[in-house]
Design a protein around this ligand. Structure first.
Ligand code: PLP
Length: 449
């Protein structure tokens, strides 16, 4: 059966649509109560990396809950948090080796920004408070994270409550005059970030926050090979902390533990979420080096971001079990390998009507729809192309993540793919075939309007 508001007591995310009722998941598939099967091409919301229905992770949660489900992070430590921190520290690049666990990506972004600010205040540089973020970008929906996000439609009702965040253009080659090829424009080279720091005044800038590879915000745009080295150098020169938002790209999604790794640089703070617990529990983490945390330890003695459910035993146990499962089954290597298969197969979508671009890395792909493939002109928002496409894809048994309005003028239509890392070649074929059919049906639907 499908459920919808108001015939149910659930306050759904969308109040005008019907929701299939999912009763079970197994690997890459979900099943509803009518026995319909869906290929989970988006891992829910880029979350389900180890696949659905992994018994040993469910067992690890139950086991921790039986031993002790929760103690306050202000009073105690426990095996689950110690083990989670050690696992993440071992996998994370450079000196990123202390871990502050929270529950959602937005909370981790808020905490990372507050950590940057507290670090500067306790370093006797209180003037450093400005945050620079890219446009487009997405960092979450709580008020500080939403302020950092460049997403007009999410901000509309809450504008009066948001804080000012300075902007630099994101590298988004498909909509850029340089097209991502050298000589790069300021946005695609990273120079735009330096321009923003200079405009604000380096002595006032606390941090630059950015997604190493674009998520929904730029539809999996991958910056040029020299981009992050340049940004790292700029941040070093101006004494600005670099925060890598790896909520979506981390935990192996792009074929390496963090998406920054292939660029060979280390951020000052990294935030993780989504895949670190595979969807088995809500979990996120701020990962920071001791050189930052020591400043707080020597100063006020605490990070002023206490939350009831930080360092949560059962959530941390889910993270430990997921990370160990990823490692034992070499699933990050598999994400890289199946990513190559996926991107090869996706190229055939380029011949379809309205498929303007196909891009990404590992098991993260963005397919951008445009009304005019020659001029790259997007659809008007009234066409609701991405939304219609996602509904048609679901009818075909394929779950995608649709995103609209990422461009600065509020236009833009993307469908994102981010399947579980256990996907095999046959399932990649099935996913791309279903995707192609859904594009053709959506095209027919839109043409008939
Ligand atoms: N940062 C990025 C890059 C994201 O993609 C998201 C969510 O999609 C967030 C932060 C916020 O995470 P959450 O929805 O868990 O609060």
């Amino acid at each position: 059966m499908t459920n919808r508001y108001p015939s149910s007591h659930v306050f759904y995310r969308k109040l005008t649509r019907e929701y299939p009722r999912i009763v079970r998941g197994d690997g890459c598939y979900l099943y509803d109560d009518r026995g319909r099967r869906y290929l989970d091409g988006a891992g829910g919301a880029y979350v389900v990396n180890v696949g659905h229905g992994v018994g040993e992770i469910a067992e690890a949660l139950a086991c921790q809950a039986r031993r002790v489900a929760y103690v306050s992070g202000s009073a105690f430590t426990h095996d689950a948090v110690e083990e989670l921190a050690a696992e993440i520290a071992q996998l994370s690049p450079g000196d990123l080796d202390t871990v502050y666990p929270l529950a959602s990506g937005s909370e981790a972004v808020e905490a990372a920004l507050k950590l940057a600010r507290q670090y500067w205040v306790e370093s006797n540089r209180p003037a450093k408070h400005t945050v620079i973020a890219l446009a487009p970008s997405y960092h979450g929906n709580t008020l500080l994270a939403l302020s950092a996000s460049s997403r007009e439609q999410y901000q509309t009702f809450y504008r009066e409550w948001l804080v000012r965040v300075a902007r630099a253009p994101a590298p988004y080659p498909y909509h850029c005059e340089c097209g991502g090829t050298p000589p790069h424009c300021p946005a695609c080279s990273g120079d735009a970030i330096e321009a923003a720091i200079l405009r604000e005044g380096p002595d006032t800038v606390a941090a630059v926050i950015a997604e190493p590879v674009g998520g929904s915000s730029t539809g999996a745009s991958v910056p040029a090979p020299g981009y992050w080295r340049r940004v790292r150098e700029i941040c070093n020169r101006h004494d600005v902390l670099l925060i890598a938002d790896e909520i979506l790209t981390g935990a192996g999604r792009t074929g390496t533990w963090s998406a920054l790794e292939p660029y060979g640089i280390v951020p000052d703070i990294m935030v993780l979420g989504k895949g670190i617990s595979g969807g088995y529990a809500p979990l996120s983490a701020v990962v920071a080096p001791r050189r930052l945390v020591d400043v707080l330890a020597r100063g006020s003695g605490a990070f002023l971001h206490a939350q009831t459910f930080s360092h949560h035993a059962t959530l941390c146990a889910a993270g430990v079990a997921t990370i160990r499962y990823l490692r034992r089954h070499r699933l990050i290597e598999r994400a890289a390998e199946m990513g190559r298969v996926l991107h090869h197969r996706l190229q055939e979508l380029r011949s379809l009507p309205w498929v303007g671009d196909v891009r990404g890395r590992g098991l993260l792909a963005g397919i951008e729809f445009v009304e005019n493939k020659t001029t790259r002109r997007p659809f008007p928002p009234s066409a609701r192309f991405a939304e219609s496409f996602a509904a048609v894809a679901l009818d075909h048994g394929l779950v995608v993540w649709a995103n609209a309005g990422q461009l600065t003028d509020g236009t833009g239509d993307l469908a994102m793919l981010a399947p579980p890392f256990v996907i095999d070649e046959g399932q990649v074929d099935e996913m791309v075939t279903l995707f192609g059919r859904a594009v053709e049906h959506t095209a027919a639907q839109v043409a008939a309007r």
